[in-house]
Ligand binder design. Sequence first.
Ligand code: N01
Length: 555
Amino acid sequence: MALEDVLTQFDAVIVGAGFAGLRALYSLRAMGKRVCVLEASADAGGVWYHNGYPGARCDVESYDYSYSFSPELEQQWRWTERYATQPEILRYIAHVVERFDLRRDILFNTRMRSACYDEAGARWCISAQDGRQWWARALIMCVGQLSTTKSPSYPDQDKFRGRVIHSGLWPKEPIDFSGQRVGIIGTGSSGMQMTPVIAEQAAHLTVFQRTANYSIASANAPVSDEEDRRIKASYRQRREQAWNSPSGLGFVPNKQSALQATPQEREQVYEQAWRRLGFGFALAYHDILLNQAANDTAVDFITRKIAAIVHAPVLRDKLTPRGHPFGARRPSVDSGYFQAFNRDNVELADLRQWPIVAFTEQGIRTQDRLHELDVVIFATGFDAFTGSLLRPEIKGRGGLTLAQKWSAGPLTLFGLAVADFPNFFIVGGPGSPSLLSNVLVSTEEQIDWLVQLLRHMDAHEQVEFEARHSAEHAWVEHVNERARQTLYLSTDSYYNGAEVAGKPRVFMPYSGGVRGYRRLLQNCAARAYEGFDLRGQPAAACADARPQSAAPPHG
Ligand code: N01
């Protein structure tokens, strides 16, 4: 019988078939749970399914940005480059789906519309946009942190006769930019990755920059057979190193302060980090993200790197990031971004100097002139962390919606559970290390913990788990406290909700690192899930289970 026809109880409904959802499906199924995955897209892969723009690749090393749950999978899969391209990552995901026979439990083209908690039955009723419904004891959100795209809207945008594409919803058919005049709006990781590749094809490329972004040169290289053998021979050690590093990248931060080193020593350390570490450059000294003066030394080094690449002085000046510390907004890892501006067919439009006024039939009018274009690419990012969690209507106890609960900013316990929303689990939610870590490491960390929790509940015949308000408030305080020790709060970014007008300004990821986070999760489990209520029967009748004041501790 087709899965669609079986409108029955599941132990868990998982939303999203990206890296997190697939891992949750694998692990819960391995426990013997009845699980179903709802996926809005036509195939698996999550953000990697949609971000097929030219030049898209991961800026975490392939051998670390991959599942660790199966040593056989680790040994069998052969990565070809140190930093995998989007097509290679999609091939890996397809391989995992087939190898573990995951497809049979995934409903593709199925977008979740809403979910409502049935307090008497301690279960969720989940509805899809087309009206289908499922019951599940647990609702597990694996919807990603960067999956709801965000596009500005300009006057007369609909009059533009050319094509408009968002980097995060890239069309599946190949696009040939030869002979085309292309405009890219946005210079985050997506814009920086696609610029050099499109520059090689297009007749003319205009990059519309509002904020110059820091970027580390990618130390990408093909993976030789010898290197592949060497990594696989000690893969467990490599994993251990990643799990025990703060970032999940495997780098142990240099314990020295950037300010204690001599200028010559610093130059050497930065040069080595630049050549090999990519994203890990930020860990070249332990205080780069903690102390402005230490950060300034990294900024000085990166600024000189940009200056050595970009020939034209005015352009060089405009491309040099200013006004925010390195790493306080997400830096990029690029393959020839700054070099692209030395080409005759690449131009920078500085939106701070000349903002966009409107679209026209021919292109984009900035305050100074008209840029004639055939294609406009919005590389303008996402409604980060909460966008995809708040898109469906999720109702917890007493009809309280997640949007109401989070009206002043997200409240979670460990970024994975929410008081008033029993049996609701978020993988990579706000308040977890997620985007401040190798997201694969924190994803697997959370799912392993969920499996442990469900086993515990089965063993004790419990049907309901729920974060306590007091624990949730304490966790949000802790997340804020950790953030206050860093430079992250010193600038606007999608880490703190500044990317969407009107979004609560709250720092969302947990900056305490994956190692510390795992320790806290383990302590919670060891203390009989301290901070959670685990119940043998639904708490619907208990007065203390009614929604309480959601007064946020966001200061
Ligand atoms: O988005 P972003 P992204 N007018 O939000 C500009 C991950 N990722 O898609 O800074 C003009 O970083 C905006 O300008 P400003 C990674 O975590 C990973 O590039 O707001 N410009 C900014 O320049 C990354 O951080 C990989 O002033 C406007 C840009 O658009 C995250 O995804 C690869 C504008 C948005 O940058 C998001 O990256 C790619 C407007 N109205 C992405 N609105 C890997 O390698 C926005 N901008 C794994």
